[in-house]
Design a binder for this molecule. Sequence first.
Ligand SMILES: NC(=O)c1ccc[n+]([C@@H]2O[C@H](COP(=O)([O-])OP(=O)(O)OC[C@H]3O[C@@H](n4cnc5c(N)ncnc54)[C@H](O)[C@@H]3O)[C@@H](O)[C@H]2O)c1
Ligand SMILES: [Zn+2]
Length: 328
Amino acid sequence: MPPILYNLKELNPFLKKVKPSKILIVTSDILENKLKWAIQEISHTNVVVLPDGENAKEWVQIEKILKQFTKIGLDRKSIVIALGGGTVGDVVGFASAIYLRGVRYIQVPTTLLAQVDSAYGGKTGINFNGYKNQVGVFNNPLAIIVDIRFLNSLSNDQLTDGLGEIIKAGLIKDSSILSLLRKEGSHVFQKERILALLVKKSIAVKQFYIRKDPKEIYLRQILNVGHTVGHAIELKYKLSHGKAVLYGLLKELAVGESLGITSHTVKVNFLVILNKLNIKINNKYRTDLESLYHDKKIFHDSITMPIIEKEGKTKVVTIKLKDLRKLL
Ligand SMILES: NC(=O)c1ccc[n+]([C@@H]2O[C@H](COP(=O)([O-])OP(=O)(O)OC[C@H]3O[C@@H](n4cnc5c(N)ncnc54)[C@H](O)[C@@H]3O)[C@@H](O)[C@H]2O)c1
Ligand SMILES: [Zn+2]
């Protein structure tokens, strides 16, 4: 498993030891300005920018970034640094995997969501043909740098996106995360110490499953709680990943309850947390079952998805699609 360094200041000494021929920072057009302080702090030879957000996860951007790699003269001794949220991390991880059959890259996640979730586990890729993460590879970074200072410039809305994945980590494995959220409520947005603790606890949950099942053969599927429904509405309604996951969690808890697997108190407590955090979930979305057919967890007429039993306990179940359709 790649090392996690908890301060951006540790990156330069790390790079010095690796002695790369070139260090390329890839970030988004917006972050190039917003995160000037970080770009200045990282020793580098070049900076390349992607369009901000989900627009980066398009095939045409892969072609563009590979052309930049060639122009800059990246070789297999070079290092690429992904400075940004999950979108930058996904694109950089994928482009680095296929360029020269693999150049090394480092994740510097700058959103709460990326710090607790997307930067770990080596899943990289882009959206394709209107479907989320349809094309990609497993490609682990050389290291992940988690610096809490990045969270200072995020809006409450952007922090909420990350809270979706933090609540998910609490639901599937570590219920102390949920207790902490219930206790602190919306104070979590202001208290750096609490956020740092939540980040560490959520990373531990993700790392637990990745270590047990690096290629998502079985157990790691548990991390997909909330994502079956989440992915089925994310692109359709142009939602942020975090908001889609929060909606997905709510719907999937209801599905689990109807199946007699999820205890009723889980959804009740989930709603208490949302209320305390002032998070409102829109209920107007219709799950796009067509896009579920493109979900990588569908075989024939059934889907395999994780369902919460109680806080901190989850199991993977196989459900007939026609039954799922009735429950959504
Ligand atoms: N690979 C994985 O395992 C994995 C897991 C979860 C999610 N994802 C992917 O991650 C993406 C979502 O990631 P995200 O929520 O980080 O979205 P994002 O990368 O689009 O970032 C969201 C916004 O935050 C801004 N931003 C980033 N850092 C900032 C900072 N420090 N200060 C101010 N603004 C900042 C960006 O400019 C952007 O507009 C989705 O495409 C999703 O599919 C991947
Ligand atoms: Zn997610």
